[in-house]
Design a protein around this ligand. Structure first.
Ligand code: NAP
Length: 300
């Protein structure tokens, strides 16, 4: 049996679907039974619980030969780092107390660094806590920048006619589709061929700059002259707050952007067949970005 945290989310839903399609017994974890219902119809067992609750997670992990462990984002939390620590404490306690043998863990490029990488510090600390558990084999998937992050640009394009953000326009970023992470994590869960504690990066199909991102999006939404501008932190923070983020999250995002812009936070592995995944940014834009952009345009 496999226990999957974040099962209704971007990566967890792909993992749960793939394991179920292979006839595996899956326990899907989330906060709401209704949202887990689709998996239950396909044979999964639903477990309703909060990832900050170690006792609930211990029950959810008991009997699992392997778990998929992740820290769900909580961008409105007043203290995002404190929330991340509570989740990683609960995950580590539950994995230890349930005697879980294998964990595939969602981490990030930059999780090698102890500090100054914004929300990725929480993933570094998660790795550290799990690495302290004797008898656990853990694979830390250090994923690149999610293509889904660019969905935040839909409103920016609609309001300002351009893309804008804190990253340098010419910074080449390893961008990955969340479904590719889910696919790889599911493969690793099915194989369980890792031992000890290992970190492996997953860098998406290719590196892209935000300039290229603007050009690909521009072509797909019939705005061929769309460009990207880097905005100063002082302008970005109010926009992040307006989007519903807490001040704590906005500060972490800005810290991470600085770490990316300076090259402090960057992949450690050279790009290879092993850490490259199939979904192109073009297909992400065709399948996800453009339909959402048009949907929002039609609604406004
Ligand atoms: N964005 C990036 O560029 C990037 C890069 C590398 C790594 N990461 C990491 O990737 C992770 C996000 O992965 P994802 O996109 O797969 O996640 P996601 O889709 O945002 O969230 C996963 C699920 O977690 C559940 N959830 C939320 N809060 C919960 C709670 N308190 N207790 C139990 N379940 C809860 C939600 O389901 P319910 O609503 O059904 O409960 C949600 O569907 C983060 O750890 C992030 O740091 C992100």
């Amino acid at each position: 049996m496999y226990s999957i945290t974040g099962a209704t989310g971007n990566t967890g839903s792909v993992i749960a679907a793939k394991l179920l399609a292979r006839g595996e017994h899956v326990r899907v974890i989330g906060r709401d039974a209704g949202r887990l219902g689709g998996f239950v119809q396909k044979g999964a067992e639903a477990f309703v619980g909060d990832v900050t609750d170690a006792a609930a997670l211990t029950k959810a992990f008991t009997g699992a030969k392997a778990v998929y462990a992740m820290i769900p984002p909580n961008p409105a939390a007043a203290d995002v780092s404190g929330y991340q620590e509570r989740v990683s404490d609960a995950l580590a306690t539950a994995i230890k107390n349930a005697g879980v043998g294998y964990a595939v863990v969602l981490s990030s490029v930059g999780a090698d660094k102890q500090a100054k990488t914004g929300p990725v510090v929480g993933l570094h600390n998660l790795e550290q806590k799990l690495s302290g558990i004797a008898g656990l084999s853990a694979l830390y998937i250090r994923a690149g920048y999610f293509m889904q992050n660019t969905l935040a640009q839909i409103g920016v394009i609609q309001n300002f006619g351009l893309l804008g953000g804190p990253l340098r326009a010419d910074l080449a970023v390893a961008m990955i589709a969340a479904r590719d992470i889910g696919d790889r994590a599911a493969e690793e869960l099915l194989r369980l061929s890792f031992t000890g504690k290992q970190a492996r990066e997953l860098l998406g199909q290719r590196d892209l700059t935000y300039q290229e991102v603007a050009s690909v999006i521009g072509k797909a939404i019939d705005r061929p002259n769309l460009t990207y501008s880097q905005f100063p932190a002082a302008l970005i923070k109010p926009a992040l707050l307006q989007s519903g983020m807490s001040s704590s999250m906005a500060d972490l995002i800005l810290e991470m952007s600085e770490a990316l812009n300076s090259g402090y936070m960057a992949p450690l592995e050279p790009r290879s067949a092993q850490n490259t995944t199939p979904t192109t940014f073009e297909s992400f834009v065709t399948e996800e970005f453009a339909p959402r952009f048009r949907g929002k345009a039609a609604a406004s």
